[in-house]
Design a protein around this ligand. Structure first.
Ligand code: NAD
Length: 251
């Protein structure tokens, strides 16, 4: 088991990629905090974990990752329950569409707060524990939308670009403390977030034509990358962007 005796927090674990990561981490021996805004989603993840791997491996914590008090409570619950924190997986995120000149300030701020500021808030809260422990892994979720432009996603592209820049800066500051900070840039993965693509045959065909491997990604494709970044196997890797997109961005 690649994460034996490790403790991980996974935000956005009530759905899609985060749920896939939670199931994979527990399968590999970790204890996990399933952190999500959605109580229904979080509880469903816990029930899948218990069904597959038994009780006592995971608990749900309701959190708005853009709220500093919620984040403090999430990390405190992790320490009170499992005694430590080895892996912080900053995965929760939202997406919305709009042209820049039509975006309200409210929509812009919400995107930056949920998709970028949350990485600052959650990392800030776990870093003192990781520094005490002398080791830690922080895994952030960016997107291919941070690497190439996408129509009607200026706020999303900006937030995810910020996640990559923040990953590099944090990696530099904590490398000598044995805290690795990396991020994953997923392509189009089958989750609630991309239901609109899957449900519209024309959009699906257009999307598939962009993907050299010829299929949409599954949450497990991202979970496997996260598993590598969470495990000791990636100890010599920091500040990197692991692109998992079926080849979308190689063209
Ligand atoms: P999803 O919508 O299935 O899951 C996102 C989860 O985050 C949900 O459970 C939601 O409740 C939770 N969440 C949203 N706002 C929150 C908040 N403020 N506090 C706490 N939880 C919150 O989406 P997904 O596809 O699994 O996305 C996971 C991450 O992957 C996101 O950061 C997303 O931007 C990124 N991503 C997804 C894709 C894709 O194709 N699906 C591609 C690139 C990047």
């Amino acid at each position: 088991m690649r994460l034996e005796n490790k403790v991980a927090i996974i935000t956005g674990a009530g759905s899609g990629i985060g749920r896939g990561i939670a199931l994979t981490f527990v399968r590999e021996g970790a204890k996990v905090i399933v952190a999500d805004w959605s109580e229904e989603g979080g509880k469903e993840t816990i029930s899948q974990i218990e069904k597959n791997f038994g009780a006592g491996k995971a608990i749900f914590v309701k959190v708005d990752v853009s709220n500093a008090n919620d984040v403090k409570n999430m990390v405190k619950t992790c320490l009170d329950t499992f005694g430590k924190i080895d892996i912080m997986t900053n995965n929760a995120g939202i997406v919305s569409n709009g042209l820049l000149h039509e975006l309200t300030e409210e929509v812009w701020d919400k995107m930056i707060n949920v998709d970028l500021k949350s990485v600052y808030l959650c990392s800030k809260e776990v870093l003192p524990e990781m520094l005490k422990q002398g080791k830690g892994k922080i895994i952030n979720t960016a997107s291919v939308a941070a690497l190439v432009g996408f129509n009607t996603l200026p706020h999303y592209c900006a937030a995810k670009g910020g996640v990559i820049a923040l990953t590099r800066a944090m990696a530099l500051d904590y490398a000598s403390k044995k805290i690795n900070v990396n991020c994953i840039a997923p392509g189009v993965i089958k989750t609630e977030m991309t239901k609109g693509i899957e449900n519209d045959p024309q959009t699906l065909q257009n999307t598939l034509s962009q993907i050299p491997t010829g299929r949409l990604g599954e949450p497990e494709d991202i979970a496997n990358a996260a598993l590598y970044l969470a495990s000791d196997e990636s100890d010599y890797m920091t500040g990197q962007v692991l692109v998992v997109d079926g080849g979308w961005t190689i063209k």
